[in-house]
Design a protein around this ligand. Structure first.
Ligand SMILES: CC(C)(COP(=O)(O)OP(=O)(O)OC[C@H]1O[C@@H](n2cnc3c(N)ncnc32)[C@H](O)[C@@H]1OP(=O)(O)O)[C@@H](O)C(=O)NCCC(=O)NCCS
Length: 142
């Protein structure tokens, strides 16, 4: 497995949007608008590959000079539970550190809180609803 940053608008980005749709949006009856995808131009896009197959992905969105928000963390359905998500997060954390950021946050689906806790993230604040699902903000100092 290889991990790398990918470019907005590239063929790999199209693969990423497809994976995100399959794992995160289609099950909820939701999609992506062109406007929503355009806003991702300045985000840090990360994906794990096995040859040409995309195994998983996430994105890092700058919140301020110190903090990045992890979004759209997804691993292909038949590959979950094999350590791919943890590898993507480790890559994301190293990239964030290299770029001078000191904190990562995310809006974690309640069903994914245990995953982020294993990686040292802590829940802060109360539950809220996003894309129809209960979420909590989580954070970790790098
Ligand atoms: C959540 C997700 C990204 C985790 O990626 P993954 O590759 O399946 O996770 P890993 O195999 O790297 O798991 C790392 C550790 O977290 C644990 N873990 C994984 N998913 C978990 C979950 N949903 N709840 C609790 N623990 C979880 C694993 O058991 C493993 O523990 P271990 O180190 O003791 O063996 C992935 O399952 C996924 O895409 N889920 C559907 C979409 C989703 O919910 N995305 C997150 C939105 S906030």
């Amino acid at each position: 497995m290889g991990l790398k940053q990918i470019d907005h608008g590239s063929p790999e980005y199209k693969q990423m949007v497809q994976l995100r749709y399959l794992i995160l949006r289609q099950p909820l009856g939701l999609g992506f608008s062109q406007e929503e995808l355009e806003k991702e131009k300045n985000d840090i896009l990360i994906a794990a590959f096995d040859d040409d197959e995309m195994l998983g992905c996430c994105m890092l969105v700058p919140i301020n000079h110190h903090t990045l928000r992890v979004r759209q963390m997804a691993v292909n359905n038949n590959l979950q539970g094999k350590g791919i998500g943890a590898s993507i997060m480790a890559f994301a954390e190293n990239l964030a550190r290299d770029k001078g950021y000191s904190k990562l946050i995310m809006h974690a689906r309640n069903t994914a809180i245990g995953f982020y806790e294993k990686l040292g993230y802590k829940v802060i604040g109360d539950e809220f609803t996003e894309v129809k699902l209960p979420h909590h903000v989580m954070e970790k100092k790098l």
